[in-house]
Design a protein around this ligand. Structure first.
Ligand SMILES: C[S@@+](CC[C@H](N)C(=O)[O-])C[C@H]1O[C@@H](n2cnc3c(N)ncnc32)[C@H](O)[C@@H]1O
Length: 226
C-alpha cells in the first residue's frame, strides 16, 4: 500500500547507512537547535523562512553538512535548505551551523523528495546533489535519487535560469544522470563541451568525495534550468 507521506516510495538508500549512537552533546544540540532551524513538514514558502534572503539554495543529501555549511557561510544573504535522513549527518550539520553561527541554514531531517514536494513552483535558485549514494550494481540502479520523475519534480521547483550541480565519482552514475537530466527539455548543460572533471572554482570538497570510493575522478555536471 502506498504511504501518503511517501508518495515517491520508501527511502531505500537510508537502510544501508548504519547510524552510530548520537553522542549526548550532539543529541543535546539536536534537541535544542534543530527545531529552530527545521523546515515545516508541509508546503511552505522559502521567503517565510528568511524574508531577507536574496536567493534560495537546496542541497540534497548533505551528509555531514560540510559543503552546505561552507556554501552558506560564503553567502549569508542566501537561504540554504538542506535535506538529509542520516541522523549522524544531521547532528554534524547542526554542529557546523552552531560553530559557524550560520543564520541562513534550514534543515529537513528526512527524505529530500518530501522537501521538493512541499516547495512551490520556481522557488529554488540553486541546487546541489553532491556525491549521492551511487547504487552502482545494476540491480540497485533503480534506487538512485536521479530518476526521470524526480528530474521532472526538480524542473518544477527550480527557477528559470537556476543552476543544478551534480557530482559523482562513479563514471556510470555520471552518464546515467547526464542522460536522464538532459532527457528533460527543461535542462541543458551550463557549458556545452566543458571539462566535466575540472573542479569548479566554487566547489567545496565533501567528506564522501575525500574517501575516493568511486571508480573515477570526481565528475561535476553543471546544468541550467531553461
Ligand atoms: C554518499 S553520501 C554523500 C554525502 C555528502 N553529499 C558528501 O558528499 O559527503 C549520500 C547521502 O545522501 C543521503 N540520502 C540518500 N537518499 C536521500 C534522500 N532521498 N534524500 C536526502 N538525502 C538522501 C544519504 O543519507 C547520504 O548521507
Amino acid at each position: 500500500m502506498t504511504n501518503p507521506q511517501q508518495p515517491h516510495g520508501p527511502l531505500r538508500s537510508f537502510g544501508r547507512l548504519k547510524s552510530r549512537p548520537v553522542k549526548p552533546r550532539q543529541q543535546a544540540l539536536l534537541d535544542s537547535l534543530l527545531p529552530t532551524i527545521a523546515v515545516p513538514h508541509e508546503a511552505f514558502q522559502p521567503r517565510d523562512l528568511m524574508p531577507e534572503a536574496k536567493e534560495t539554495w537546496l542541497e540534497i543529501g548533505f551528509g555531514g553538512g560540510e559543503h552546505m555549511a561552507a556554501q552558506a557561510g560564503r553567502r549569508p544573504d542566501v537561504l540554504v535548505i538542506g535535506a538529509e535522513p542520516f541522523v549522524n549527518g544531521v547532528a554534524s550539520a547542526v554542529r557546523h551551523v552552531e560553530e559557524q553561527a550560520l543564520s541562513n541554514v534550514r534543515i529537513h531531517e528526512g527524505d529530500a523528495r518530501d522537501v521538493v514536494g512541499w516547495l512551490p513552483d520556481a522557488s529554488i535558485d540553486r541546487l546541489f546533489v553532491m556525491f549521492p549514494d551511487p547504487w552502482h550494481k545494476a540491480r540497485h540502479n533503480k534506487r538512485r535519487i536521479i530518476q526521470p520523475e524526480f528530474v521532472a519534480d526538480l524542473a518544477r521547483v527550480l527557477k528559470p535560469g537556476a543552476a543544478f550541480r551534480f557530482a559523482t565519482d562513479w563514471a556510470d552514475y555520471a552518464e546515467w544522470t547526464t542522460e536522464r537530466v538532459l532527457a528533460n527539455p527543461a535542462f541543458r548543460f551550463a557549458e556545452e563541451g566543458g571539462d566535466r572533471q575540472a573542479i569548479p572554482a566554487d566547489h567545496v570538497t565533501t567528506r564522501y568525495e575525500e574517501k575516493k570510493l568511486g571508480d573515477c575522478a570526481p565528475v561535476f555536471l553543471d546544468f541550467v534550468r531553461a
